[in-house]
Design a protein around this ligand. Structure first.
Ligand code: SIN
Length: 545
């Protein structure tokens, strides 16, 4: 089908429908639409095209792009160490070896990364990295620059851009994904047909009261997969960023890890240092949570007073600090951990194929296996670029279904994999299919707040069986009020349904995993146990939750 035919007949049918407009979705869309014999590609997003978590990403893109001191083997080793035994080594090898070429393509597309006076790319160091290898733009406005370049390219190449459309559920026929049911900006939900659907809807930060993620991060793609029974894994591993500004603004302004890479120090209420500032994020967030409990405070301090030329190197962070009356040259900056990134998601193979033929997943929505139990800093924009591009190449090459590679081995393998899959029991799963008669009483905004507060208290940096149980009880109550709400068939109601679906899967996995590993810390099971070196996989019967 040609692009003009698609435009004339409204949305679809598409060769490929990409849901979401962050780095992963747009990297795929641009490649597909620009390939010789271009496919008819639609991009559907619930906001505007440029409205995604990508534009909030600060630090940068980790890729081995300069200097003899670094190598892809070192990047691989750092990624595996951060992932605490759950990275898929093949997926990580793909990530680190294909990453540099993807960054160079983005530069060719017009993205402007920061450079030294010599003209070489400026490289920053972040936690868990043994070498400086993080390229950045605008100081710490990397995501905004990446998104700008991709949005421009998408607007000039995609067959259709459907803004303010909300994808509700997958259309599955004869064991294959054939499109989605979506809510248009005005009117009733309709079916949009597509030969291939790509889930690239980002993460789940809005499950928590304190997050660096924008309001759109409601786990929509992961929830659609869960409802359709498509395997989802590693959702207990939510990464908390240690240095979000302690301030009422939501999303929380981030104080990039690059500040610590440049020498900023963490201090407790007494002004003492208490952790290696360049340890991986799980280690730093856990140490902070422990120190805050000991000192009975809700925040600690980032001391960046020793950093020279702060406003030149970090202009966007300097501007957001000025807005709240802080001067990094003299003030210690109040900080606390905030929900930041989901390491797991919809299980894919090394090409981005999910277990359901015709359905693909990329970026934070996917579980490719590259992050394991804890993502290495600045590996997420990279994951979106690398696996978005791979997925596009696979579709162009005629691949129609999943292979037993990467994280998919834990779903389709013969059980002999180094990291086996283990199905999560469904005992506590919420059933959101049976809507009660609308009584109109439930206030959706209050329900969302209630869920976020309960998840932060019960499934935050440090968890116990009791805290997780408390969060599960709160989610069950929120689900009951959602079922009774006259507003449930609105975008606000759709988002709560998705958050409840993903939140209940997260709680089930976190309850099941009786150990501490990476970003999942159980105060009642503090050790990392070899027997838990497995992926917890949800593949609930289609239609539930
Ligand atoms: C940061 O700049 O600290 C965030 C970058 C990331 O999450 O990788």
């Amino acid at each position: 089908m040609s692009r003009s035919e698609a435009a004339a007949s409204g949305p679809g049918p598409f060769d490929v429908l990409v849901i979401g407009s962050g780095v992963a979705g747009l990297s795929a869309a641009v490649r597909l639409a620009d390939a010789p014999g271009a496919l008819n590609v639609g991009v559907l997003t619930k906001g505007e095209l440029s409205q995604s978590a990508t534009r909030w990403a600060q630090g940068g893109v980790a890729a081995v792009l300069g200097g003899d001191e670094d190598s892809t083997d070192l990047h691989l080793a750092d990624t595996l160490a951060a992932g605490a035994g759950l990275c898929d080594i093949d997926a990580v090898r793909v990530l680190v070896s294909e990453g540099p070429a993807r960054v160079n393509e983005l530069i060719a597309m017009g993205a402007a990364f920061d450079r030294e006076a010599s003209g070489d790319l400026a490289l920053a160091r972040e936690g868990g990295h043994s070498r400086p290898r993080v390229v950045h733009a605008g100081g710490a406005a990397t995501g905004a620059e990446v998104e700008r370049a991709l949005v421009e390219a998408t607007r000039s190449s995609a067959g259709a851009v459907l803004e303010r459309w909300f994808a509700l559920d997958l259309v599955i026929e004869a064991g294959r994904c054939r499109g989605v049911v979506a809510r248009p900006p005005v009117g009733e939900p309709i079916e949009i047909r597509a030969a291939h659907v790509v889930l690239a809807t980002g993460g789940v930060g809005q499950l928590f009261a304190v997050t660096t993620n924008p309001p759109e991060a409601t786990g929509d793609g992961v929830a659609m997969a869960l409802r359709a029974g498509v395997p989802v894994a590693d959702v207990e591993f939510v990464q908390f960023h240690p240095t979000a500004l302690h301030h009422p603004a939501m999303p929380r302004p981030l104080l990039s890890e690059a500040l610590r890479g440049h020498g900023a120090l963490l201090r407790d209420a007494r002004g003492e240092r208490f952790v290696d500032e360049l340890a991986s994020r799980d280690v730093v967030s856990r140490a902070m949570a422990g120190r805050m409990v000991e000192e009975g405070t809700d925040h600690l301090w980032l001391d960046a007073t020793g950093l020279e030329h702060f406003e030149v190197r970090f202009p966007t962070i300097a501007a957001s600090l000025t807005e709240v009356g802080l001067d990094p040259a003299v003030d210690w900056l109040p900080i606390a951990p905030a929900a930041h990134h989901l390491s797991g998601g919809v299980v894919t193979d090394l090409l981005g194929a999910t277990a359901l033929p015709g359905l693909w997943a990329a970026g934070e929505t996917a579980c490719t296996g590259v992050h394991g139990a804890n993502r290495l800093a600045s590996n997420s924009l990279l994951e979106g670029m690398v696996f978005g591009a791979r997925m596009a190449e696979a579709v162009l090459g005629g691949v129609t279904g999943p292979t037993v590679t990467g994280a998919m081995r834990t779903v389709l393998g013969d059980g002999s994999d180094e990291i086996p899959g283990r199905r999560v029991a469904l005992a506590g799963a919420l059933d959101l299919t049976a809507a009660s008669a609308a009584s109109g009483g439930a206030d959706l905004a209050k329900s969302r707040d209630r869920m976020q507060v309960a998840m932060t208290a019960g499934a935050g940096v440090v968890r116990t069986a009791g805290s997780l149980e408390g969060a599960a009880t709160a989610l069950a109550e929120v689900a009951e009020s959602w079922r009774r709400s006259a507003e449930r068939a609105t975008v606000a109601g759709d988002e709560i349904r998705n958050l409840l679906t993903v939140g209940s899967a997260l709680l089930e996995s976190a309850q099941e995993r009786q150990e501490s590993r990476g970003a999942h810390t159980r105060a009642d099971f503090l050790e990392t146990e070899p027997r838990w070196r497995c992926r917890l996989v949800h593949a609930r019967p289609a239609g539930r939750g």
